[in-house]
Design a protein around this ligand. Structure first.
Ligand SMILES: [Zn+2]
Length: 215
């Protein structure tokens, strides 16, 4: 994909997420690897609904900002995924309502944030790690992701929002949508006694689709 196309795809997918209420105001940030090993990143203070392809922050392969506006202050979250997961081609972070709500539940599972409700969430996300609350922009968020040593593609920042890495921008967006939809189901079903997948069913999905699950 040419850089021009990648820039347009980033803005198109961000707008789609914004238009469907998956992040709001000037929240959320998104980045993708360029073919030359650099990065394109959404600028700080921008809205997902109105990203300008020409003004994305552009980093070279040495991590130096070479053009565009100042990047998101949550940059350490993005670089932590790229540095620890060689397969990461894109990273998306949202302030999405239901996953944030689920992170506040008193019995939230820190090692496996989402209940096993549907096979797609398992296939696209593996186990989602719930990280504690950090002040916005705190570089310790990046340190927490680095502490996972590349074993997780998705994390949930408590009282804040999810961060998901994918092989490309489309995969990362699809996966974070799955995270939010699963959290929405979990909130809808909470306390109803709804039947989640059994251990055996989860294991069958993990085996069949070669999911990173036991790290
Ligand atoms: Zn955020």
């Amino acid at each position: 994909m040419t850089e021009t196309d990648l820039r347009e795809q980033i803005c198109l997918l961000a707008k789609s997420l914004f238009d469907r209420g998956l992040t709001h105001g000037s929240t959320g940030n998104i980045s993708a690897r360029t073919e030359d090993g650099g990065l394109l990143v959404s600028p700080t203070g921008t809205s997902f609904g109105r990203l300008d392809p020409a003004r994305l922050s552009r980093f070279d392969s040495a991590g130096v900002l070479t053009s565009g506006d100042k990047p998101t202050k949550e940059m350490p979250l993005h670089t932590a995924f790229y540095d620890t997961r060689s397969s990461a081609g894109a990273v998306v972070h949202l302030h999405s309502c239901h996953s944030v709500a689920w992170s506040m539940m008193p019995n939230a599972n820190a090692d496996n944030f989402l209940p096993p409700l549907t096979p797609y969430a398992i296939m696209k996300l593996g186990k989602v790690k719930l990280l504690p609350f950090f002040l916005p922009g705190d570089p310790a968020m990046g340190d927490a992701v680095r502490g996972l040593a590349g074993k997780r593609s998705a994390v949930m920042l408590a009282n804040h929002g999810p961060v998901v890495a994918g092989k490309d921008i489309e995969a990362a967006c699809n996966a974070i949508e799955e995270l939010e939809e699963t959290a929405r189901l979990a909130m809808l079903l909470g306390g109803t006694g709804a039947k989640a997948l059994t251990e055996t069913q989860v294991r069958a999905v993990v085996t069949q689709f070669d999911v990173e699950w036991d790290a």
